[in-house]
Ligand binder design. Structure first.
Ligand code: ADP
Ligand code: ZN
Ligand code: ZN
Length: 726
């Protein structure tokens, strides 16, 4: 009796284990590891991912695979172990992990995105000349240029169909169908590469990296360099070496649509040496699918992308770069709640690669590990070109609170900078005109009926909008509870700041960069270009303005309301504030003129602000790590957040309380904290905290085995290593 093939399949459903299906003989050739399948789950047909092929003497009792959905594997075999380990680490169903990993549009079966095909013509060995002039022209061109796609031919010969068909018929040309991959960069010329000589510190870092790359083993590094110290230059050179060794590179950036300049530098350096794929949210599903397939087919050397690119199907990975490794956006907040930096480390370890994490303000946990010797430490202490770091002043608002948003000193500095013809950047981490509307007579505010959080006021469009669910409504003329007409905006957002600035500096060219003004495709890029070509004097914006840009003309940075984030009930609030201030301050003085920074604050004596003002990561670290040690927070403890949600607040609360009690009874070395309400209504969270991982994992395994964890009206999400505790 011949052995039968069995497919081990992760189905795209909330199921913790793999399932086995028989592969019917007619599908045997096409059922390869890495393809999608259609399989029955109960009576329902579902999509599954083929992860292993086994042989069995007998497949009786196994349901058969119904259909194979892909001609080519979507990921190489060795990535299966990585996907499964990620699923296990985050306690998330493997099929959902892979669904998250694959490009959008592939979640379901066929349909959604498709493969584009086009006709390609090649000259045959036939030497003669055809008779018709048009035929001869076309044939000469193809003979000269090599194989040509129909699209390319049509650019030169407007309507080539007749002659082409004839040439094929006569045997001068062969015609075949080829896949056409959509490539958003095809038409863009790369910018010019500016070669530089490495500074001694860069040299030292590159030597360590070079050795590690030659060693061919897992080697994690923290590249700790202030903004403008030349980290990107190091990424470029280390990657160059990896590619020289025939290996591939993966570059993770926090939000790729916000880093066109970085992508440009990669293209400039590698345009002729390596093939680059960029995965970002601005791609259409089709473009993303094509990029993914190019990578899976081994046609790409460097992948640049945001968080989900960590799953890219590269086969010979030599180096993984995680730029701005401290960024919270590396953590996915919904569904499969993975952290891309942590998965990059996991993947680097599994694939014997170098992992290079860069930051001016490393995550406390990462820096701690480098101090413990678990991660190599590569410092860059000065800016390349010896540009000084900007001078930072804290403007203490407790002494003199401003009338509007801007303090006198910041307003004066803006006026002066404008007179000098230099550019300024203002950070106010809040969109809209005002964070809320308030009735001055009775104190009534307006909340989202879905989320219960306060609605943000937009003056330009006269709207109240929810920043979570996008619910929007016109503000009432009269207070619904006391009929007063004194409904007033409270606090300030970027829209209000922009208005105040226009009144203060009527001649200044002012622009705003936040999620409202950059929602449209290309809008962000336009603002960046306008800044670069100095068509903007003052750029106002949310934390978006703090990220990654290199505007040499900016000599003044102002920060408004930075201390509001200090008041968040999250143990990382000081770390976040410090990082944001340091990042935005780093936007000043990147060109030939020195920069200065003014930070308006009510908490001028908080160590996060003091240390940011003196560019002193070390002191910040020491104070913050002492606090973490005392309270047993990461890196001294491990956390898992259980998030319960539902449509009825009372049900959610009851379920959370019941679940917390059941866990408490079996906690064994794990603290069960809460349940506590989240600021988002109808949500509760239970925080599990332990000094070691094993007891946490044990408790999670118990949780998974619990019958009837929560009633059906309530959902339960497990967040391992939570980042956002709000
Ligand atoms: P980071 O990524 O740390 O912010 P970059 O790599 O962007 O720093 O470097 C900041 C600027 O300094 C860039 O304009 C870059 O071209 C330049 N630069 C980097 N390294 C050198 C060097 N060794 N010599 C001269 N200029 C350099
Ligand atoms: Zn009122
Ligand atoms: Zn809402």
């Amino acid at each position: 009796m011949t052995a039968k093939q069995v497919a081990r399949v992760a189905v795209a459903a909330p199921l913790g284990k793999l399932l086995s299906y028989a592969i019917p003989p007619q599908l045997a050739g096409r059922a390869r590891v890495g393809v999608r399948l259609k399989v029955p789950l109960g009576r329902r047909p579902v999509v599954g991912y083929l992860l292993e092929l086994d042989e069995a003497a007998d497949v009786q009792g196994l349901k058969p695979v119904t259909e194979v959905l892909d001609d080519q594997p979507l990921f190489p075999k060795h990535l299966v172990a990585f996907y499964l380990r990620a699923a296990d680490y985050y306690r998330h169903p493997p099929g959902e992990v892979i669904r998250t990993a694959l490009p959008a549009g592939l979640a379901g079966g066929k349909g959604g995105v498709g493969i584009l095909r086009e006709k390609v013509y090649r000259p045959t060995t036939l030497q003669d000349e055809p008779k018709g002039t048009r035929q001869r022209e076309i044939l000469d061109w193809v003979r000269q240029e090599g194989p040509l796609a129909l699209g390319a031919l049509r650019e030169r010969f407007p309507s080539p169909y007749g002659p082409l068909a004839r040439l094929v018929e006569l045997g001068f040309l062969s015609e075949e169908e080829q896949e056409r991959r959509r490539d958003p960069f095809l038409d863009l010329a790369p910018p010019e590469d500016r070669p530089v000589e490495a500074t001694p510190e860069q040299q030292a870092a590159l030597e360590s990296l070079g050795e590690a790359l030659l060693g061919g083993e897992f080697a994690p590094f923290l590249l700790h360099g202030v903004t403008g110290s030349g980290k990107t230059e190091i990424y470029l050179r280390a990657i160059d070496q990896a590619i020289g060794q025939g290996r591939q590179a993966l570059v993770l950036v926090p939000e790729i649509s916000l880093t066109p300049q970085l992508v440009g530098r990669f293209r400039a350096r590698f345009a002729s040496l390596a093939r680059i794929a960029v995965l970002h949210s601005g791609l259409s599903d089709g473009e993303r699918y094509d990029a993914w397939r190019s990578i899976a087919a081994g046609e790409v050397d460097i992948v640049i992308g945001a968080r989900s690119a960590v799953f890219a199907p590269l086969d010979r990975l030599g180096i993984l770069v995680v730029d701005e490794e401290h960024e919270a956006s590396y953590k996915q907040a919904e569904g499969f709640r993975y952290h891309a930096r942590d998965l990059a480390l996991m993947r680097g370890q599994m694939e014997q690669a170098v992992v290079l994490m860069g930051s001016a303000t490393p995550a406390l946990t990462t820096y701690y590990r480098s101090r413990e010797g678990l991660i190599g430490y590569l410092p860059l202490t000065g800016r390349a070109l010896d540009r000084p770091l900007p001078d930072v002043t804290l403007v203490d608002l407790t002494e003199a609170a401003p009338e509007g948003v801007l303090s006198e000193s910041l307003a004066a500095a803006l006026v002066q900078n404008l007179e000098r013809g230099e550019q300024s950047v203002l950070l106010l981490n809040r969109r809209g005109f005002a964070p809320f509307l308030l009735c001055a007579d009775c104190g009534e505010t307006f909340r989202c009926p879905n989320c219960e959080i306060t609605l943000t006021y937009y003056q330009g469009r006269r709207m109240l909008r929810c920043h979570y669910c996008d619910y929007a409504v016109q503000p009432p003329e009269l207070c619904p509870s006391c009929r007063s007409d004194r409904i007033e905006p409270e606090g300030a957002g970027t829209e209000r700041l922009e208005e105040e600035l226009s009144a203060l500096l009527p001649d200044a060219r002012i622009a705003r960069m936040d999620r409202d003004t950059t929602a449209r495709k290309g809008a962000h890029q336009k603002l960046v270009e306008a800044m670069e070509s100095r068509r903007i004097d003052i750029l106002v914006g949310t934390q978006m303005v703090a990220k990654g840009h290199d505007f040499p003309g900016v000599t003044l940075v102002g920060v408004i309301g930075a201390d509001s984030s200090l008041n968040f009930p999250d143990f990382r609030s000081a770390e976040r504030t410090f990082a944001l201030l340091t990042q935005v301050a780093g936007r000043a003085g990147r060109g030939s003129r020195p920069g200065r920074v003014l930070i308006q604050t009510y908490a001028a004596d908080h160590y996060a602000l003091e240390c940011a003002a003196s560019h002193d990561y070390q002191s910040f670290y020491e104070q913050e790590i002492a606090f973490r040690r005392e309270l047993g927070y990461p890196p001294f403890g491990f956390l898992v957040n259980l998030v319960l949600a539902g449509n009825e607040a009372a049900k959610v609360t009851d379920a959370a309380q019941a679940l917390a009690q059941r866990l408490e009874a079996q906690a064994g070395g794990v603290e069960v904290l809460g349940p506590a309400p989240c600021p988002l209504a109808r949500r509760m969270q239970i925080l599990l905290k332990a000094n070691f991982r094993p007891p946490l994992r044990r408790l999670l395994a118990l949780l998974e085995a619990l019958p009837k964890k929560v009633p059906s009206a309530v959902s339960l999400a497990v967040d391992v290593d939570p980042v956002d505790m709000l």
